[in-house]
Design a protein around this ligand. Structure first.
Ligand SMILES: CC(C)(COP(=O)(O)OP(=O)(O)OC[C@H]1O[C@@H](n2cnc3c(N)ncnc32)[C@H](O)[C@@H]1OP(=O)(O)O)[C@@H](O)C(=O)NCCC(=O)NCCS
Length: 305
């Protein structure tokens, strides 16, 4: 007989193989240790005394106008026990737990690199979840990847220099530049450079200019994982995007990264799934250059009304 119920701290080890290493410390915990204090639920399936399935959930309580939401961090059934309804049973318990935490929906993320992605998507579909939607597009490569393409990019860089292109350190911008940047951003929150500015790494953040006037920026961040540098916010006025200003900016910023952090440090570019324009650009201009990886992150949801 299959038994499905909460996994307590003492049993966490026995279930560890049923989730990703990065989530193992959450197993059996009451709340996350990341300072947010979000509640965690671990639901285990046991057959003849052996752990055979696990669903790990993290609840975000409602706040203001934002309703409560439960994220399914992982759900897994041991290989030899699949297709017997255990996943379905875990899902029903997950739904009850999410309702119990007063969440209005369940969400899950997976990537194009998730092993068995098609099975997982079929499983979610069978459980009434929405079809996966692109949430984030990311690619990573060594900082020297642009150097390898220098020959093919040199003519473009010369052409852009002739059109007034220049890239300089963001930290040197003036008040006048800020006024121009504020006007460009307007009230579009996702472009608001001021939100990202406190987190940037000045060594790899550039202001892009045309004939001296600010026309955009590229912000690099250097999070704690050594050797990884993220480019999460970049903007160039639309009329110059088509001329290759962003490509030139990336080329310059990668050169800087290679000089400062080494040619084999990793440059990761990421953009939200709704930014079709940037994703199109990345696919056309960056993917053919042979990145180390391309990561499409998908989200699915189940409304709990
Ligand atoms: C996804 C997973 C949890 C499903 O567990 P499971 O116990 O096999 O699922 P169930 O037997 O309850 O299946 C429920 C329904 O999902 C669908 N489904 C499950 N496996 C499927 C498969 N291989 N192909 C097509 N549909 C599938 C079916 O509709 C199934 O109902 P049915 O058997 O009546 O047709 C399991 O395959 C798994 O652990 N995969 C690896 C881990 C993983 O990828 N996790 C996702 C990332 S966190």
């Amino acid at each position: 007989m299959i038994k499905i119920g909460p996994v307590h701290g003492a049993d966490a080890k026995a279930f560890a193989a049923l989730t990703y290493p990065r989530f193992r410390e959450l197993l059996g915990a009451e709340s996350t240790a990341d300072g947010t204090g979000r509640r965690v639920t671990s639901i285990g399936a046991i057959l003849e005394g052996r752990p055979v399935g696990l669903a790990l959930l993290r609840h975000r309580a409602a706040g203001g106008d934002v309703p409560g939401e439960t994220r399914m961090l992982s759900i897994m059934v041991s290989r030899g026990y699949r297709r017997r309804g255990i996943g379905w049973g875990l899902m029903q318990h997950a739904i009850s737990a999410a309702r119990g935490a007063e969440s209005r929906k369940l969400t899950a993320y997976h990537s194009n690199r998730t092993r068995g992605r098609e099975v997982f998507e079929a499983f979610l579909g069978a459980s009434g979840w929405t079809p996966p939607k692109l949430a984030e597009f990311r690619l990573g490569g060594h900082a020297d990847w642009t150097e390898k393409l220098t020959k093919s990019w040199d003519p473009m860089m010369r052409r852009l220099a002739g059109l007034g292109y220049a890239a300089e350190p963001w930290e040197d911008i003036t008040d006048e530049d800020r006024a121009v940047a504020d006007a460009l951003v307007g009230d579009r929150e996702s472009f608001n450079y001021r939100t990202f500015e406190p987190h940037i790494d000045p060594a790899i953040s550039l202001v892009l200019r045309r004939h001296g006037r600010l026309v955009g920026w590229i912000f690099g961040e250097s999070p704690e994982t050594e050797g990884y540098h993220h480019y999460t916010n970049g903007y160039v006025v639309p009329e110059l995007q088509a001329l290759g200003w962003v490509v030139a900016g990336l080329h310059d910023v990668c050169r800087r990264q290679a000089e400062i952090y080494g040619p084999k440090s990793i440059a990761v570019y990421e953009t939200v799934g709704e930014n079709a324009r940037m994703i199109g650009f990345m696919k056309r201009r960056l993917v053919p250059a042979g990145p180390l990886w391309v990561d499409e992150r998908y989200s699915s949801a189940l409304a709990l009304e």
